[in-house]
Write a protein of this length. Structure first.
Length: 373
């Protein structure tokens, strides 16, 4: 037995030796390198803190601001920290220009529909009946921000710099009753804001400006019979569960805002950080549109599941609404000229020109639901 054991040991040693000679060694598996730690600022580098305030209970511009909040610290190697406060703890939309201007917070959104008197020239971008393309609306806003008068209204009057615009989708109506004619709006109780409210009032509707978070309860209790929001917002707020009719007019305008930063805060940032913020801001525009497209298509599924009645107003009825829209355009120009803004007509014409330019190259035009008029 002892001899057999010795023989077996010799065989094993010879086999091992042969593997060594032929290079057939067992494969050594290297451990995966660890994920690199996030870059930290150097000990002597100043860390800048930015506070963003959004009064909405849901993110007004979907992922544009969260994208900014995530990317700026990452791309500056931790030299910028971003905090975002939601829900109006520091004031409502009407107070946003003042809060940013006075440095209560560094960044936020100027939602023109809530303070038209504070940004009178920028109201041109709310005009109903001009476009229903969220892409054209956003891209035209980018160029409008460079117009001397519009730039001065933000920088000189409100001590702010525009970083990027954010448009929600075009306004439409969701109602408890089918609305197939402008005549059906006479005396109809509906929630609306901004110039959409003006249009509906002139069409005979009984309009109220109920805050967004309270609209579900108001519709459920019959305080109002309808509301005006973008198509996806109706679903975000579950309004499609208390009203059965989505009315498509394509003419009620947009709710939009400008994401701005306090000008003193901006000027205090090093140039390289400013460049990162500009880069991220530009990307945030496209990110916002893409997220709205996703939300739009998700809303389509929600309406189909709920059995919502989709009513597309006839060409004749839309023309009746457009008459009111065009009256509002003319009145806006006349009112601004009366306030001393002699460039009002030029600004309006430029807005229409830019929107038309971007409508022609809208890469999302055939993807949106419902099909645009």
């Amino acid at each position: 037995m002892k001899i057999k054991s010795i023989a077996l040991l010799l065989v094993l040693l010879l086999v091992a030796f042969s593997f060594t000679l032929t290079g057939c060694e067992p494969e050594v598996v290297e451990p995966d390198p660890e994920e690199p730690e996030p870059e930290e600022p150097e000990p002597d580098e100043e860390v800048f803190q930015l506070v963003i305030h959004d009064p909405s209970s849901i993110l007004t511009f979907k992922e544009g601001l969260p994208f900014f909040k995530e990317e700026v610290p990452k791309r500056t190697g931790g030299r910028v920290e971003v905090e975002m406060i939601l829900g109006g703890a520091l004031g409502g939309f009407a107070e946003q220009p003042d809060g940013i201007s006075e440095g209560v917070f560094d960044m936020g959104m100027l939602a023109m529909g809530y303070h038209p008197g504070k940004t009178p020239l920028w109201q041109v971008s709310e005009m109903p009946g001009i476009t229903n393309s969220i892409y054209a609306h956003n891209m035209a806003l980018v160029e409008m921000a460079e117009h001397p008068s519009l730039k001065a209204e933000i920088e000189e009057r409100w001590n702010q710099k525009v970083l990027f615009p954010g448009s929600m989708d075009t306004f439409e109506m969701l109602t408890a009753d089918p609305i197939e004619s402008v005549d059906d709006l006479d005396g109809y109780s509906i929630r609306a804001i901004a110039l959409a409210a003006t249009v509906l009032e002139r069409l005979g509707a009984d309009v109220s400006a109920i805050p967004g978070p309270d609209v579900y309860s108001a519709m459920e209790r019959g305080v109002v019979d309808g509301a005006v929001f973008p198509v996806d917002t109706f679903v975000d707020r579950d309004l499609h569960t208390v009203a059965d009719n989505l009315i498509l007019s394509g003419s009620l305008g947009f709710y939009f805002g400008l994401v701005t930063i306090n000008l003193d805060t901006w000027n205090a940032l090093p140039e390289d950080i400013q460049e990162v913020i500009k880069e991220v801001s530009e990307e945030a525009i496209e990110r916002n549109i893409e997220i709205y497209l996703e939300a739009n298509l998700a809303a389509k599924e929600a309406y189909e599941a709920a059995g919502t009645n989709i009513i597309r107003l006839s060409e004749e009825e839309r023309a009746r609404i457009q008459e009111v829209n065009e009256q509002i355009w003319e009145e806006w120009v006349a009112e601004r000229e009366g306030q001393g803004y002699t460039e009002a007509q030029e600004i309006f014409d430029l807005w229409v020109e830019l929107v038309r330019k971007y409508e022609e190259i809208d890469p999302y035009a055939d993807q949106w639901w419902p099909e645009r008029f």
